[in-house]
Design a protein around this ligand. Structure first.
Ligand SMILES: Cc1cc2nc3c(=O)[nH]c(=O)nc-3n(C[C@H](O)[C@H](O)[C@H](O)COP(=O)(O)OP(=O)(O)OC[C@H]3O[C@@H](n4cnc5c(N)ncnc54)[C@H](O)[C@@H]3O)c2cc1C
Length: 458
């Protein structure tokens, strides 16, 4: 417990706001995206700038307080917030600066991907991120970052040029290929273990209008679709992305009424190459089988990135399980089809993201992301607005995962995991774990930053 004089001094020195359980906005400020998470921090420091972040890190360390760092607050395990500690909330450090000549983008540590998409689109540029615009740039990037553009442009970390960070001892540093290269290696997948990132510099790509959207198929055809998809996508041109999904059709436009609330399977495509070639690229997709619904067509990149945001507002209950796969054989496909059909609620889903193409041109040890040779990242997510369904959605995700896990490559994408313990973290980083632990010891020997998928200093 921090002493009151120290809290008062910390508060008076902040340009942002220090929130405590007596503050009227405490209950709003402690909420994160996953409604299942209900933590009660002792203090929440809404940092306005780097100076505030330095003060917050020094305060937490000197007062021996548990500390969590909150970027966009989207983490499934709620790792942006902690019980009885200090939350370093970066949501006010939100800015994006695009350099259209150099095609680089600097984003504040508390920015959301929607902020980046909005700013870059004005210049016909895009930075590879995920599939939901309300996700934080911070957590998504530090864990890797996979999404619509992964096959074309690589993971978000493959497009990261530099970070500005506040370290556990309060020092402010820049890490890039030239400056503090060990730290730069570690932050490209090692999560929030190494310090608080106050700004990210990315390389941007000439991507403005995609040819994208879902093609949906009846659930009865799921085995055939999954078999075809898993073979087709890894041979497709790299500027075609597409993830397979089990889903329930939402009861509203643009979906036709006869499909409303029907469990189906499908692929959400994103072709980000020259538009004039799009119809040609989609020929084999349309030739494979006539979909029950084909919504693929030209769409501005930010519209695609935010397409699912209204379906998944903050505050829903989420339970996640994940794995990497090198291949999908007939048995694994059959188990996926069996458990996919058992989706317990309308919003529950399974996504299978291809992580080949540009992402697989990077070596397994070039960044902490140790599964460059895997072909797919799977995430099974039980989702529902009703807290009473917590157990139903969790058991479905756990059962599904237990059935398919024996066919997986071992670890999982850190950003798709709940709080699953050290063995899972080690499995995820594989041979890169030992190097991460060494760098952790150098930059955070007392493990101040441990509310994350934790790497123990060694
Ligand atoms: C609906 C939804 C869709 C998603 N889709 C995708 C997707 O398509 N692709 C994908 O790759 N991931 C996806 N994710 C997963 C997402 O990448 C993680 O949840 C990620 O942790 C979110 O980052 P955040 O900043 O919003 O989270 P937070 O909860 O704020 O933080 C998560 C972790 O990152 C650390 N952190 C955050 N910002 C910083 C910072 N600036 N400096 C230091 N540490 C920091 C935190 O300490 C914490 O440990 C999705 C998540 C959700 C909920």
């Amino acid at each position: 417990m921090a002493n009151q004089a120290a809290v008062d001094a910390f508060r008076s020195g902040l340009r942002g706001e220090l929130i405590d359980p007596q503050s009227p906005n405490y209950n709003v400020a402690r909420k994160v995206y996953n409604g299942m998470i209900d933590r009660r921090p002792r203090l929440i420091a809404k940092c306005a700038d780097v100076a505030d972040v330095i003060a917050a890190v020094n305060f937490a360390r000197d007062q021996k307080m548990l500390v969590s760092v909150r970027g966009g607050g989207h983490n499934a395990a709620g790792l942006g917030v902690c019980d009885d500690g200090l939350v370093i909330d970066l949501s006010l450090i939100k800015f994006v600066r695009v350099d259209p000549k150099k095609k680089t983008v600097v984003a504040g540590g508390g920015s959301l991907w929607g902020d980046v998409d909005h700013a870059t689109h004005a210049f016909g540029l895009a930075v590879p991120s995920g599939i939901i615009a309300t996700t934080g740039v911070g957590g998504l990037t530090l864990g890797g970052g996979l999404g619509h553009l992964t096959r074309h442009c690589g993971l978000s970390i493959d497009n990261l040029l530099a970070v500005d960070m506040v370290l556990a001892d309060g020092r402010f540093v820049t890490a890039s290929a030239k400056e503090n290269p060990d730290l730069f290696w570690a932050v490209r997948g090692g999560g929030g273990n190494f310090g608080v990132v106050t700004a990210f510099t990315f390389k941007a790509h000439d991507i403005s209008i995609d040819y994208a959207g879902p093609t949906l198929y009846p659930l009865e055809d799921a085995a055939e679709v999954l078999r075809w998809f898993s073979k087709f996508i890894v041979k497709a041109p790299n500027d075609l992305g597409g993830f397979f999904a089990f889903l329930t059709v939402p009861p509203g436009p643009p979906f036709p009424e006869h499909l409303h609330l029907k469990k189906m399977c499908g692929v959400v495509w994103c072709y980000s190459g020259p538009l004039k070639k799009a119809e040609q690229v989609f020929k084999p997709i349309r030739a494979f089988k006539k979909p029950a619904l084909d919504l693929a067509g030209p769409i501005p990149h930010p519209a695609l990135q935010s397409m699912f945001d209204p379906l998944f507002p903050p505050g829903l209950q989420w339970y996640w399980k994940a794995d990497f796969f090198r291949e999908l054989g007939d048995e694994a496909i059959a188990l996926n089809v069996k458990h996919g059909a058992l989706m317990p609620t309308m919003l529950s889903t399974m996504h299978l993201y291809p992580i080949d193409g540009a992402a697989s041109r990077v070596k397994n040890n070039a960044t902490p992301w140790a599964y460059r040779d895997a072909k797919f990242a799977q995430v099974i997510v039980g989702v529902d607005p009703d807290p009473a369904k917590k157990d139903t959605i969790s058991s479905w995700a756990k059962d599904y995962w237990s059935a398919v896990h024996p066919y997986s490559a071992g670890g999982a994408y850190v950003n798709f995991m709940m709080d699953e313990g050290e063995d899972r973290v080690r499995a995820t980083y594989g041979k890169n774990y030992a190097r991460l632990a060494k760098i952790k010891k150098r930059y955070d020997p007392a493990n101040l930053f441990r509310v994350n998928q934790n790497i123990k200093p060694k």
